[in-house]
Design a protein around this ligand. Sequence first.
Ligand SMILES: Cc1cc2nc3c(=O)[nH]c(=O)nc-3n(C[C@H](O)[C@H](O)[C@H](O)COP(=O)(O)OP(=O)(O)OC[C@H]3O[C@@H](n4cnc5c(N)ncnc54)[C@H](O)[C@@H]3O)c2cc1C
Length: 396
Amino acid sequence: MDASASDVLVVGGGIVGLAFAWEAARRGLSVRLLERSRAAHGASIRNFGMVWPIGQPAGRRHDLAMRSRARWLELRDAGVTWAAECGSVHAVCEADEAALLAEFAERAAPAGIVCELLAGDEARRRFPAVARGVRAALWSPTELVVDPPRAIGQVAAYLARQHGVDVRFDTAVTAIEMPEVRTAAGERFTADRVIVCGGADFESLFPEVWAASGVRRCKLQMMRTAPQPGGWRLGPHVAGGLTLAHYAGFEGCPSLPAVRSRFAEQYSFHLAAGIHVMASQNDRGEVILGDSHDYDDVESPFDSAAIDEAILDYARGMLDLPDWTIAERWHGVYAKSTTDLCFMAEPQPACTIVGSPGGAGMTLSFGLAAEWWEAITRKRGLHPAAPMAGGVSLPS
Ligand SMILES: Cc1cc2nc3c(=O)[nH]c(=O)nc-3n(C[C@H](O)[C@H](O)[C@H](O)COP(=O)(O)OP(=O)(O)OC[C@H]3O[C@@H](n4cnc5c(N)ncnc54)[C@H](O)[C@@H]3O)c2cc1C
């Protein structure tokens, strides 16, 4: 690659930046990726590692999730990173939640979504992590687990090694004037297309675009247990009743409004803190537990002990863990579009901002990037500077 010019330059080494870089490189384009930190340290390394198609509504979004899933498996099969086909269970304790799961299961099959409704006893027999109080469960085989803190770095290294992507860490981009990109160290690069994937950073590049975008930041609290003893495995990801009110996949189920009203009465603290409870397990045996959702404009650096306690208390009702010792706590922040799958804008010709796909970046980014590059390619062959119709606004 020319020392300073490339077909495509991606800003940001989180999952979105990696996905857009990979799709460009797969098309034979020369790609440079600039990440300001020594290693990616944003939302992409702070999440559960859940690839979660079941949470996406049937149709395009579910299809994008399944495309992403295929890409993760491709990475696993190429020996790039660990990924397991763990599936998921929604394990619920109340009758109205069980009715909602039954409604979902009935609508899922005709929409091509594979899942199975289980009575509590059957769920416990198949998945020992499901707690005694669970009344019903929805098993889905499609979910994957990856290990984000390692996977993100491994994918970046793979792009460099396998696809010749020029990945540079410690390289903050401070200004873009197409076709030129400038860094904090005073370097200048040029590219036919620049894709800005800066996650929840709304200040460094194009702050005026972000200010007008309506995109919000969301802070989530998370915890990780010590490795479970004796090689104990969680099996599938486990989600509880509160999750039914969280994911768009359950929208349209007739029982949802009534379940939401009960939650408002019974779980006012949880709803105010945006708590719904999920668990995943990495290959080291640690169980990752979360989360909360705080949409305050100014992100507090301080985490709430009450939120962590509420998450753990709820988790104990749906989950039996041999060891609940919490080894680590942290929070992460993502950007959330209130209208679209993710925010996209073209502030300069052939310069595209791609926002985070909210709480589903690990689930959607590979599919989203593939869809976007296909749209560009349809428009004007492989020329990376080809504009999208009406600016760039594929997601909705
Ligand atoms: C706690 C938590 C749990 C989640 N759980 C899941 C889950 O289980 N499954 C799922 O699908 N999704 C999950 N998500 C959502 C998912 O993690 C995000 O959607 C995704 O990581 C966003 O990726 P990103 O690349 O947009 O942002 P980031 O990962 O934040 O990456 C942006 C990168 O850009 C870099 N950058 C910014 N500005 C510049 C600049 N000027 N120059 C150079 N570099 C720059 C930053 O340093 C950063 O590394 C979760 C999110 C959180 C916070």
